[in-house]
Design a protein around this ligand. Sequence first.
Ligand code: F6P
Length: 353
Amino acid sequence: MKGSEPAGQERPCHTIGVLTGGGDCPGLNAVIRAVVKTARKFGYQVIGVRNGWKGLVEGDVEPLTDFGVAGILVRGGTILGTSRTNPLKDEDAVQRLLANLARFGIDALVAIGGDDTLTVAGRLHEMGVRVVGVPKTIDNDLSGTDVTFGFDTAVATVTDAIDRLHTTAESHHRIMVLEVMGRHAGWIATTAGIAGGADEILIPEVPFEIDVVCEGLRARRNRGKTFSIVVVAEGARPKEASGFVTSSGKKDEFGHEQLGGIGHLVGAAIESRLGAETRVTVLGHVQRGGSPTARDRVLATRFGVKAVEEIHAGNFGTMVALKGDKIETVPLARAITQKTVDMDLYEMARIFF
Ligand code: F6P
């Protein structure tokens, strides 16, 4: 779609706003840097919005210059800060957000985020805001793009953790349970599990029976293997559970439950059923931190460049996406649906259990 205004009445773009929303992930700074550098090429100014949608509601912004983004390519996190603020919860917040866009002369917006941030971006586009989305999430659960940046770095971190758990598991003849991120989709668990040679992988897409899991581990022990590695995505659940297994009971502004707890449940069940010494590691936010891998730096850079090129071309309401080797765009509405694990990949992983 060419802009959100009637044909022939497009406003020229002078200033681009950029924000990062939702959970952080490695590569956000690489996108911000690419936005600033590509904007310079076209003669646009860039305004950085602090802390996601919250910064637009509160008018918390800062100009971003070449100088300001120097050296950030390799840095994890986001120099802009982030939040899980949902402006759509409150009509007054939406009005303040729209007023601040006008106040700071932001003609077009690059919104970098996952499903929540991009859902808000899609709604704002329907209200006439000129926005282009950039997909991020370590969980890799956004459809519309082959992969999100941040995922590769998270997989590398988890694979390293599995490698480390392997040596100590083998020495002590223990079962190691590793809980990793992955709310609705087990991409991290499956991919890192394959890379690290996991002996069991539990993911949200396939509710499990603990007795069947233990049978598999017992069979492995009977084959002479004195240790096992079990990778559990935080959103995995036993067949009989009606919802997520969590220990905190807290929710965020978008109504998402704070996950964490399934690893300990699985570990305790294995220990009691198999009588094997079991230890549980919850990797948590280590997976979201640190410097992006080379692959994530390149993908994030390509996304940032493409987002500004789209603004320059007057294409809004889209999300940049990786399709094969090419960076393309998809309508925001299509991008926001969930992408779950390819069952062929998961079935292949089971060959090694
Ligand atoms: O970024 C997505 C995600 O990693 C989910 O897998 C996880 O449930 C969530 O973020 C946790 O985020 P936070 O603790 O920052 O709310």
